[in-house]
Design a protein around this ligand. Structure first.
Ligand code: LP5
Ligand code: MN
Length: 262
């Protein structure tokens, strides 16, 4: 039984190359799996289902087409797309996952998180997170006109970029204490998360027990997925397909070394 995990695609109309690569992924690699876990920040941001345009509808259709084959998609929200609705999930046939969620694959418990809540040194972010995850604030936000909501989201993105440029890498990373606490609270030896954009498989030992923290990669120059098969994990990446700008044609080529040095 093959399971795949992806996160941090940050899909937006301004990056059609990522959306296109995702579509190809869903028509190719993803069909080898029985389940696909989307672990947050699938969209650049989500301000309500009524903001969906043809770009989002095409992605929704891709999700729906996949789940219609009998395969499963699990969707955990990230700090960008926590407002994705239950209606969206229902229409696309995807299953919402709370953050954190403990799953079991081949009788092995595996803890899934987006990863933002593990950045416990980032106190400004955690304060911000408490505000925007408050259901009352979210209700008020949902009543605002679309243009205002979009303005707020763009403003928050700009503030986040400025704040991020002033924070150290340590502050924006997970803390080992938070990781250990979460793993122990859920009696799991394995944690899979995204958010930090630092793809890696970290092995460590604690009280003579072997732990694994697997960090998914963001989709930018490369796309990333984690494959689980019969007790083994493989973290893979591949180039994001970009339009061949040199020829001005709309033909897509793989942006690999040979393509760029030609
Ligand atoms: O996403 P990334 O990696 O760039 O940065 C995150 C943290 N930033 C965020 C903010 C998002 O990027 C903004 C987009 C969200 C749109 C969602 C819809 C709008 C919902 C509205 C309400 C219901 O998540 C960043 C972390 C970083 O990860 C690393 O972990 O550091 O955190 C910040 O930048 C937060 C700042 O430190 C503080 C921001 C202050 C904003 C003040 C406004 C508060 C009131 C908002 C009420 C609507
Ligand atoms: Mn994130």
């Amino acid at each position: 039984m093959l399971s795949l995990f992806i996160s941090d695609l940050h899909m937006m109309p301004e990056r059609p190359d990522i959306a296109r690569t995702f579509q190809e992924f869903m028509r190719g690699k993803a069909l080898e799996a029985e389940s696909l876990y989307i672990m947050g920040d699938f969209f650049e941001y989500w301000i309500g289902d009524d903001a969906m345009d043809s770009f989002h509808l095409e992605i929704a259709e891709t999700l729906q087409r996949y789940t219609a084959t009998g395969r499963q998609i699990f969707f955990m929200p990230g700090n960008r797309d926590f407002l994705v609705s239950k209606v969206f999930c229902h229409k696309t046939g995807i299953t919402w996952l709370n953050d954190p969620t403990l799953i079991t694959l081949d009788r092995t418990p595996i803890l899934l998180m987006h990863g933002d809540s593990l950045c416990t040194l980032d106190v400004h972010y955690l304060r911000f997170r408490r505000i925007v995850r408050n259901p009352l604030i979210q209700n008020i936000f949902s009543l605002l006109p679309l243009t205002i909501r979009r303005g707020i989201a763009e403003n928050l993105r700009a503030k986040s970029r400025v704040a991020g440029s002033k924070k150290s890498q340590t502050i924006m990373d997970i803390t080992p204490d938070a990781v250990i606490q979460s793993l122990q609270a859920h009696h799991s030896l394995i944690l899979i998360h995204g958010h930090t954009h630092k793809p890696a498989i970290h092995n460590f030992t604690l009280a003579n027990r072997p732990y694994q923290r697997i960090v998914l990669g963001d989709w930018d120059k490369n796309g990333w997925y984690l494959e689980y098969n019969a007790g083994h994990f493989k973290l893979e990446h591949f180039p994001i397909q970009t339009p061949d700008k040199r020829s001005g044609s709309s033909t897509y080529v793989y942006n690999d070394a040979s393509a760029t040095s030609a």
